[in-house]
Design a protein around this ligand. Structure first.
Ligand code: IMP
Ligand code: MG
Length: 178
């Protein structure tokens, strides 16, 4: 275990099982429809690549990057698009793939923005949902697991761009950021 991690919440094997189950459900729900997976960079890149490989209908992938204005640790809900999609989503089924839903403000903005572009549907798949933290009324069609309200890293999730490469998800030692 990394020295800055105090405990492991989800092991590599547990994550693989969760992702596989979600992929199976998505494959059923979107059978015969072409699906565009939209990943929100950078945190969701690991989850997106694993999830895409568990889905057995036609999928395309595209990426968006956004930044939140305001304080760094919390999202303000005011979002700026740094990198937009390369494809048009008009008339398409879109599934936004997120790493973690905390306040939900970032996702709320992205979802509203994408819905204004004339897609057939926009749904959300998040790997983690932080317990009791959602301020925005976001409906997630797919939720991997609920995690405690602590700062977590690994499997794509970072603190100051570090720890994304850890194969598990763990709680970051508060001494690292205090
Ligand atoms: P929200 O707008 O508050 O839901 O913020 C969501 C984004 O904040 C996520 O997509 C992550 O990039 C980041 N985030 C929130 N909580 C954590 C955490 O515990 N560890 C790492 N990143 C986090
Ligand atoms: Mg993110």
């Amino acid at each position: 275990m990394h020295k800055d991690v105090t405990r492991i919440l989800f092991t590599e094997e547990e994550i693989a099982a969760i992702v596989k189950d979600m992929g199976a459900q998505i494959s059923k729900d979107y059978a015969c429809k072409s699906l565009l997976l939209v990943s929100v960079l950078k945190g969701a890149f690991v989850f997106m690549s694993d999830l895409a490989r568990t889905i057995d209908c036609d999928v395309e992938v595209d990426f968006m990057e956004v930044s939140s204005y305001g304080a760094e640790a919390k999202s303000s809900g005011v979002v700026r698009i740094i990198k937009d999609l390369e494809t048009s989503i008009e008339g398409r089924h879109v599934l936004i793939v997120e790493d973690i839903l905390d306040s939900g403000l970032t996702l709320k903005y992205i979802s509203k923005n994408l819905k204004s572009r004339g897609p057939l549907s926009v749904e959300v798949a998040t790997l983690l949902l932080k317990q009791g933290k959602q301020q925005a009324d976001i409906e997630c069609k797919y939720i991997g697991c609920v995690c405690p309200d602590e700062f977590v890293v690994g499997y794509g999730l970072d603190y100051a761009e570090k720890y994304r490469n850890l194969p598990y998800i763990g709680v970051l030692d508060p001494r690292v950021y205090s």
